[in-house]
Design a protein around this ligand. Sequence first.
Ligand code: SF4
Length: 65
Amino acid sequence: MEIKKVWIVEEDCSGDAICEDICPEVFEVNDIAKIKKGVDLDKYEEEIREAVEECPTECIKYEED
Ligand code: SF4
């Protein structure tokens, strides 16, 4: 299964930047987390999964196929 899309449920994001600490190549936090544009998600799949697990509000969502 490959991650095809990642997004943040912004209203649930606390802005603690844990995701950015884990994978700054994909996540950028200024008040709330955003997904950087044009990132090769395949390359950071492991880190994205870790960020999803570590996010305290479970607001990082992803789609895989
Ligand atoms: S870890 Fe979750 S709550 Fe924290 S900044 Fe990232 S997306 Fe938001």
